[in-house]
Design a protein around this ligand. Structure first.
Ligand code: UDX
Length: 466
């Protein structure tokens, strides 16, 4: 439905979001769902993506999202490719375009690629005819709101813009719950009269459903840096526990016992202490590398090294996983059929960005193994990720069919589905000796061992029949 046909309807506010991705789509759906008095339009340059948002086949999988979108779409939630018109009509514009890691030039592999973001800023500047509040929702290195402000104030017709930072903390797979019940909403602004007024306006939007004491405000720079720091802290916990998992595998300690004991210290807390094959996702590596780049550019080399080591441990953990497979399977994987259980970077999403599965698959292909990949939601993305190197890879959604005839299974994603499989049946269908490498520690290792499997958990002694 064309959002601009709804002129007869009166809405209290016109909200626009530029960028219909993982953040923009669900966040705007939630605002529309909670605030019937606002008209929310999501625009994107990609017509196919917009058509998907307007169909039953949404472009992303997120539990509960389809219901929220269906209820609001055509009522006060609209998707469109008419960016300029959207800019003209909106009083409040969220900018949620992607800021991937640069792949070229200075800062390649570390700094954020801001070309889409700058194009968007210029487009807002060209089209706007009335004052607007611009909200930075993409993850950006600190001090880019200032750059945004500079581009916007170079506007000839002197339209006034207030630029706010409102970092998104939602995690994939739990986005709807995170949006509905956020730990906190953070809004940064300039501390000028106009900046504070704009900030209050955004506070009012969230206050429609978020308790006031969870809406926190700060200056723009602190808000931007908080996002990078929060993700760096979370990723650091995973690298910390993963580094200890390597020591557990060499000794007789169990990482689950260690994590439990450490996490029960109320000063530490129990979450984000699951040892794994390594963290993935679009945010963690990207944000830490941004932080590292930022520290280096201010000459803070020790600080940069400290945070960089979080990413290095993550790379080490992925390498270690494949090396353990090699060692266990008699130092050769040539011609062996290996089934990857899961390809998404975490459960409950089809997203595979930075998924450890990509590294593992590549390495196994280099070792000339035959791969069978199974995942309930991520097979389309897996095909794209391995495009050009997958002549010895098959993609099979049914895990039983996928594992049949394999020498080994590697659990890469912690889908609940893999906890409840009939592993007796799977064992019978595999080549012996059968191996299972549990990169998420979700299986019942003792039971698998008793069935006949050789079991290799993360951070626990292996259970083998040799
Ligand atoms: C993260 C942040 O949690 C979120 O606040 C921010 O807005 C975006 O980045 P997301 O990338 O969606 O969210 O997923 P998250 O749940 O944080 O998991 C990231 C990775 O860490 C996944 O690969 C996950 O499997 C892994 N992980 C998580 C572990 O290996 N162990 C854990 O204990 C927790």
């Amino acid at each position: 439905m064309n959002p601009y046909d709804k002129t007869e309807m009166k809405f209290e506010k016109n909200i626009l979001c530029i960028g219909a991705g993982y953040v923009g789509g669900p966040t705007m759906a939630m605002i529309a769902h909670k605030c019937l008095q606002y008209k929310v339009t999501v625009v994107d340059i990609d017509p196919e993506r917009i058509a998907q948002w307007d169909s039953d086949g949404l472009p992303i999988y997120e539990p509960g999202l389809a219901e929220v979108v269906k209820a609001a779409r055509g009522r006060n939630l609209f998707f469109s490719t008419e960016i300029e018109r959207g800019i003209k009509e909106a009083e409040i514009i969220f900018v949620s375009v992607n800021t991937p890691t640069k792949t070229f030039g200075a800062g390649a592999g570390m700094a954020a690629d801001l070309q889409y973001w700058e194009k968007t800023a210029r487009q807002i500047c060209q089209c706007a005819e009335s004052p607007k509040i611009i909200i930075e929702k993409s993850t950006l290195p600190v001090r880019t709101a200032l750059a945004m402000e500079r581009i916007l104030t170079s506007n000839d017709n002197a339209v006034h813009f207030d630029v706010l930072s409102n970092p998104e903390f939602l995690a994939e797979g739990t986005a709807i719950n995170d949006l509905e019940n956020p730990d906190r909403v953070l809004i940064g602004s300039r501390l000028t009269e106009s900046g504070l007024k704009a900030r209050d306006e955004l506070v009012e939007i969230y206050a429609n459903w978020v308790p006031r004491d969870r809406i926190i405000t700060s200056d723009t720079w602190s808000s931007e840096l908080s996002k990078l720091a929060a993700n760096a802290f979370l990723a650091q916990r995973i690298s910390s526990i993963n580094s200890i998992s390597a020591l557990c595998e060499k000794t007789d300690a169990s990482i689950s016992e260690v994590a439990k004991a450490v996490g029960m210290d109320s000063r530490v807390g129990s979450e984000f202490l699951n040892a794994s094959v390594g963290f993935g996702g679009s945010c963690f590596s990207k944000d830490i590398l941004n932080l590292v780049y930022l520290c280096r550019s201010y000459g803070l080399n020790e600080v940069a090294d400290y945070w960089e080591s979080v990413v290095q441990i993550n790379e080490y953990q992925k390498r270690r996983f494949v090396l353990n497979m090699m060692t266990a399977m008699f130092n050769t994987l040539v011609g062996k059929r290996i089934c990857l259980f899961g390809f998404a970077f975490k459960a409950n999403t089809g997203d595979t960005r930075e998924s450890p599965a990509i590294f593992i698959a590549r390495r196994l292909i280099e070792e000339k193994a035959e791969l069978v990949i199974t995942d309930p939601k991520a097979l389309d993305n897996a095909r794209i990720d391995l495009n050009g190197i997958d002549s010895n890879v098959s993609y099979i959604e049914d895990p039983y069919k996928a594992a049949a005839g394999c020498h080994a299974i590697a659990i890469v994603t912690e889908w609940d589905l893999y906890r409840d499989l009939d592993f007796e049946k799977i064992y019978r269908s595999m080549i012996k000796p059968a191996f299972i490498f549990d990169g998420r520690n979700i299986a019942d290792h003792k039971k698998l061992f008793e069935m006949g499997f050789n079991v290799f958990p993360i951070g626990k002694p292996a259970l083998t029949h040799f």
